[in-house]
Design a protein around this ligand. Structure first.
Ligand SMILES: Nc1nc2c(ncn2[C@@H]2O[C@H](COP(=O)(O)OP(=O)(O)OP(=O)(O)O)[C@@H](O)[C@H]2O)c(=O)[nH]1
Ligand SMILES: [Mg+2]
Length: 325
């Protein structure tokens, strides 16, 4: 029986931490002795942190962003789109190269242009062709920058983006909430981390933002007319109806949930790997069908789904005597 190859397809907004995450996966898999290889599909990825011998394929072998931009007089975004279209045109080369990597766990590092996953078809076509045979099972890991929690408008657009990406990529998808440690530098969040992890609380998050704006309005004294006008015309009060309709649609139709992640603690990587392995079937594949490992995964997932958010809340977000954002 031909063996199935498994892997992760790491996507996310520019600078959300994809390459750093892939490097953390590399370190984790080295520690647990799982054979892996890195596939860099980001032509703009200049300083790759990976061990050189572990880079199984680099799109720069086929086409470089610099050449495309020069030759076709394109900017970086147009250049990236061109590179993806060129990769699609050269799909056979790509497939052959992937096959030649043997049966190692595949870690795909992708560019940050979000349109490539949402509005553009080349990447989707490439992945569909690759996984169509059923011989390659991938989970998409969508890296979400934790900064989205600092503002309800950013949060709502992030949730919409998660929904859009899930529909576009047609593979199991795990939305990883990254860079939570950086939130320690912001004023305290209005809600606990746990409240942001699924979409059920979205309506209340928006309502609370609106109320906060109303309180600010009420507190404004004479001489603050300009500020009064800018709050009234601001996002929450001006688009109150639109916000709550979007929140309702999201709550009704989506099952987006975010998985909190911390780069500095390996139990979070163990959690993501357990979720990804379950989603792709890696832990049920013949050569890995070890009951002990499966029970271990169940334990990690059960423990982390209860503890992960509170753990990070305490580690980075709970601050005494500080105003709420
Ligand atoms: N504090 C903190 N910084 C992080 C974390 N993850 C990534 N970074 C930093 O964020 C910056 C961007 O990280 P990358 O891994 O290059 O992000 P990327 O998504 O690959 O970026 P593009 O490929 O350009 O879209 C780097 O300076 C990282 O060191 C994190 O969890 N915490
Ligand atoms: Mg990168």
């Amino acid at each position: 029986m031909e063996e199935i190859t498994f892997g992760q397809f790491v996507i996310g907004a520019p600078g959300s931490g994809k390459t750093t995450y892939c490097f953390a996966v590399e370190q984790y898999l080295t520690a647990v002795r799982r054979e892996y290889t890195i596939i860099n599909l980001d032509p703009a990825n200049e300083n790759m942190p990976y061990s050189e011998e572990k880079i199984g394929l680099d799109i720069n072998e086929l086409i470089t962003l610099e050449d495309v931009m020069q030759e076709h007089k394109l900017g970086p975004n147009g250049g990236l789109t061109f590179c993806m279209e060129f990769l699609e045109e050269n799909y056979e080369w790509f497939e052959e190269r992937i096959k030649s990597l043997g049966n190692k766990y595949l870690i795909f590092d992708l560019p940050g242009q979000i349109e490539l996953y949402t509005n553009h078809f080349s990447l989707r076509n490439i992945i569909q062709k690759l996984t169509k045979s059923g011989k390659i099972n991938l989970a998409a890991i969508h890296i979400v920058d934790g900064i989205c929690l600092t503002d309800a408008t950013k949060f709502i657009s992030t949730v919409l983006l998660c929904m859009n990406a899930s529909i576009g990529m047609e593979m199991p998808m795990i939305h990883v909430l990254n860079k939570i440690n950086l939130l320690a530098d912001f004023p305290r969040l209005r809600f606990r981390l746990n409240d942001f992890l699924n979409t059920e609380g979205l309506k209340y998050i928006l309502m609370s933002e609106e109320n906060a704006e109303k309180v600010r309005l009420e507190r404004l004294g004479k001489g603050a007319e300009n500020e009064y006008e800018s709050i009234k015309k601001g996002f929450f009060l001006k688009y109150k109806g639109l916000n709550s309709s979007i929140a309702e649609i999201i709550e009704d139709y989506s099952s987006v949930s975010l998985v909190p992640f911390d780069l500095t603690d390996k139990k979070y990587m163990a959690y993501i790997i357990a979720l990804a392995d379950k989603a792709t079937g890696f832990n049920y594949a013949d050569r890995y069908s070890d009951l002990e490992q499966r029970l271990e995964y169940d334990k990690i997932i059960e423990y982390m789904s209860f503890e992960a958010a509170d753990d990070l809340q305490e580690k980075y977000l709970d601050k005494d005597n500080e105003d709420i954002l």
